[in-house]
Design a protein around this ligand. Sequence first.
Ligand SMILES: Cc1cc2nc3c(=O)[nH]c(=O)nc-3n(C[C@H](O)[C@H](O)[C@H](O)COP(=O)(O)OP(=O)(O)OC[C@H]3O[C@@H](n4cnc5c(N)ncnc54)[C@H](O)[C@@H]3O)c2cc1C
Length: 459
Amino acid sequence: MNRATGLDRSRVKLLRDIFPGDSMTLAPEEMLIYGTDAGRQFSLPWAVVRPGEATQVQELMRLAHKDRIPVIPRARGTNVVGACVPDQGGIVLSCLRMNRIISLDSQDFTALVQPGVITGELARKAGSMGLFYPPDPASMRFSTIGGNIATNAGGMSAVKYGVTRDYVLGLELVLPGGDLISTGGPVHKNVVGLDLTRLMVGSEGTLGVIVNAWLKLLPAPEYRATMLVCFDNEDLALGAADDVFRRGILPCAMEFLPREVMECLAEYGPVPWPGNSKSALIIKVDGLKTCVENHVEIIRRALKGPTHLDLALQDDDQRIWELRRLINPASFTLGPDKASDDVVVPRGKVLDAVRGIRNISGKYSLQILAFGHIGDGNLHVNYMYHASDPRLGAKVTAARREVLRLVLDLGGSISGEHGTGLSKRPFISWQLSPRELEVIRGIKKVFDPEGVLNPGKMW
Ligand SMILES: Cc1cc2nc3c(=O)[nH]c(=O)nc-3n(C[C@H](O)[C@H](O)[C@H](O)COP(=O)(O)OP(=O)(O)OC[C@H]3O[C@@H](n4cnc5c(N)ncnc54)[C@H](O)[C@@H]3O)c2cc1C
């Protein structure tokens, strides 16, 4: 039997019984927003449902499995790769009404939360109890825990604290077919069975629907310091980055700005560095106050010939991070449209990647900015252009392919945080071998034999 091609009356009635009132909509004008995400591809769903309870998700998945109806889990739609676009039709399952922080435990250092909780809200609540939820994607003020888990979101502080994966202790999941299973729980160690929790993290809503998550918390760091350090050449900046690690310091964030980004920021507004600055690092350290002060001193001594150094303590650091946040709006001075990738290379290959990307930029006469999380080798690559000019569009496509090839040749990965969704799907086989893909597809079949959960994504 093939997958369903739409919802007939009897199915709509069954859905209405599960999702009364405004917990379901079929109105195209209301569903428009659910047909897209920050990746900007679009396809209208057949229906949108908004469960408040896990039992509704179970009933939906039972029906979807039996009648082979695609179901696309969705949270805030901030992923940039089309990971929740219903491109094969189906029912969009919005998780935003499952949005309770059920518990925060300062003795166990755990939280139990529903998937629709906004990540920044969890971090804020934890902070008010002296606890710390470290994953900090730049979207944390508007993306959710469920979406972060399903994409294994990372942020600036991944270099020290890791990514979402490192904070998921257990999940409650609804599988296609409607079974509710638990993987892990409120324990910090657990080696019984295969690690299904880790398998779920980053699976982009293709294996199960997360309805609860046990998360790990840490004690909140007492103090933090952020340094903006500029240099008149890139080798000095990257050498300084190495030195920080070599002196035994694990910064909580380390960002790299190459000359193209510094020029772009200078074009956009006032910048604190002198004109001879050609690259910069933003380095953040946190921990006990005495340790932070010590680390700042060690870093200061390690720096060779900076053209500019700014040190900000505690909340005063926002003036430095504001410059980092301005990169995105400033990049539009180079072109009204943007295509972007988030590639990763081994840390020691960052300079090779930056120079290789610069060569590709020159070859195609395209404005390409490559910058970002040097601490973990994760570079954001922004291609700025005019989408109205088809010749430029073709150049961007060709340049992107070369950049992805370059990072793979350097031993890297085509995505460090954003995932693959629809937009990176054509390139997955560049990174994964046929045998690896076969294993992944086999796993998908075990979880979802009818292929109803977020079909067509990833592989
Ligand atoms: C301005 C901006 C900045 C960003 N910065 C970062 C960044 O620094 N780091 C980073 O990693 N990403 C970043 N992103 C990308 C995006 O925010 C992340 O991918 C985020 O994790 C998506 O969360 P969401 O709640 O919007 O989920 P959605 O986009 O709605 O969904 C993402 C995926 O999760 C699945 N999903 C959602 N809920 C569930 C559930 N309950 N069960 C199973 N699957 C589910 C969906 O099917 C989809 O595959 C940024 C995006 C924007 C627009």
